[in-house]
Design a protein around this ligand. Structure first.
Ligand SMILES: Cc1cc2nc3c(=O)[nH]c(=O)nc-3n(C[C@H](O)[C@H](O)[C@H](O)COP(=O)(O)OP(=O)(O)OC[C@H]3O[C@@H](n4cnc5c(N)ncnc54)[C@H](O)[C@@H]3O)c2cc1C
Length: 395
């Protein structure tokens, strides 16, 4: 059996490994010329933890995790206005929480492909999808400017993220499925030993109105940052490349010298995209299926996208891996969606709930957020807050 997977993000790499271990031949197509070095710090908790333990990926993730002591909202002088210590967050989020840099997470998933016998998985970097077709008899794709489709596969898996090309080609236009949550997020990594030394082991978030900068010191002299701000462009996709850095500098000026320094060092074309969820009536059509953000992005507000990507891909591997004839694929995909959709929908609902308070619009809302965070220290309240922060943590 042969699968083509589009996207070598966390979802695509885990699906490739699980299918490869089950004996499938897998071709992974990734548009980036090499593993993507850019990224942001991610909390890894919930269903992905259990799934990664089950498939043997967890030790590789734990080996590259950062030890965060506390998440702190801070004022312009970096003094805490409210804080949640990580042990407490771990307790309310389901015991195990890892802090992982997105590229480290992908590198760990890539390294785990070595568990599969040589030759069964081929990852092609610099291979951008330009067309995809799927019906009940098979699926194929075209890459780059070539008009020619690759040989037909038994299964096409779209693991190509929020702006999935497989989805656009096989399921329909992005605007039918992408729902903006009214914000944009930018992320980038800068090198500055001075900045790095100012908040070691603390995940620092600015306690600001209508925008928020999050900073974390890496092991090297680097600082990973993400910036979230209100979307005034009506949910459009990417910004004009030349305007992003300037827009961020004007949106985030006046938040203190740490943020000023960060913006000084901001690369010219940082990641900057709409904060959105993907909601679709069906995740599979013919011999094509979508996984990860491509079919069920929950957004950074739910804080579980990477975790769900791993757990969903592991489940797909469990259900599709043993299939050894074309006739078995459709039922396996239907079962995958039946079992996985409720988990994704619960996380999406949590993300939408978080959207209303993620960026306080006035001082009252900001004070309320501080109180809520302080209240997590009270027994019983922590569970309520957890439900708001992470939704139902599924098994
Ligand atoms: C700022 C920010 C903070 C976040 N924080 C967290 C967090 O704390 N915890 C958490 O769990 N999640 C978090 N997330 C969400 C998480 O990053 C995503 O849910 C997760 O990365 C989804 O993985 P994926 O493999 O489905 O998609 P992606 O990571 O988007 O990977 C898709 C891959 O497909 C490739 N691709 C795209 N189009 C094509 C094409 N046409 N041809 C070939 N290849 C293509 C891309 O280059 C990419 O490598 C955050 C997201 C953001 C933006």
């Amino acid at each position: 059996m042969k699968a083509i997977i589009v996207g070598a993000g966390i979802a695509g790499l885990v699906a490739a490994r699980q299918l490869g271990l089950a004996g499938w031949d897998v071709e992974v197509l990734e548009k980036s010329p090499a593993p993507r070095p850019d990224g942001y710090m991610m909390d890894f908790f919930g269903p992905g933890v259990e799934a990664s333990e089950r498939i043997g990926l967890y030790p590789r993730l734990a080996a590259v995790a950062y030890h965060v002591k506390a998440v702190e909202y801070v004022n312009a002088d970096l003094r805490p206005t409210a804080s949640l210590d990580y042990d407490q967050f771990a307790r309310i989020a389901g015991e195990k929480v890892l802090s992982l840099l997105r590229p480290d997470m992908e590198r760990a998933a890539f390294a785990a492909l070595e568990d599969v016998p040589t030759g069964r998985i081929r990852v092609r970097y610099g291979a951008q999808l330009s067309g995809a077709w799927a019906d009940d008899d098979g699926a194929s794709v075209a890459v780059g400017s070539s008009a020619e489709a690759l040989p037909t596969a038994d299964l096409l898996i779209g693991a190509d993220g929020v702006h999935s090309g497989v989805r656009a080609n096989v399921f329909g236009l992005e605007e039918n499925y992408l729902h903006s949550l009214g914000m944009r997020a930018a992320a980038f990594i800068v090198t500055d030993p001075g900045l790095n030394s100012r908040f070691r082991n603390r995940f620092v978030l600015t306690d600001t109105l209508d925008r928020m900068a999050g900073l974390y010191s890496l092991r090297t002299d680097q600082v990973a940052a993400f910036l979230v701000y209100r979307d005034t462009d009506g949910g459009t996709r990417e910004r004009q490349p030349h305007g992003t850095r300037e827009r961020l500098r004007s949106e985030f000026s006046g938040l203190g010298d740490a943020v000023d320094r960060l913006l000084e060092l901001c690369p010219e074309h940082p990641y900057d995209d709409v904060v959105a969820q993907v909601v679709m009536p069906a995740w599979h059509r013919g011999r094509a299926v979508l996984i990860g953000d491509a079919c069920g992005a929950v957004s950074l507000l739910a804080g579980q996208g990477g975790s769900l990507a791993i757990a969903g891909s592991a489940l797909l591997g469990d259900l599709v891996g043993p299939v050894d004839s074309a006739a078995g694929i459709g039922p396996a995909l239907a079962e995958f969606e039946r079992r996985w959709r409720p988990v994704v929908e619960a996380a999406q609902a949590a993300g939408r709930r978080a959207a209303s308070s993620f960026l306080p619009a006035n001082r009252l809302q900001r004070v309320l957020r501080r109180w809520i965070i302080r209240a997590t220290h009270l027994p019983g309240i922590d569970r309520l807050v957890a439900r708001q922060i992470v939704g139902r943590i599924a098994k």
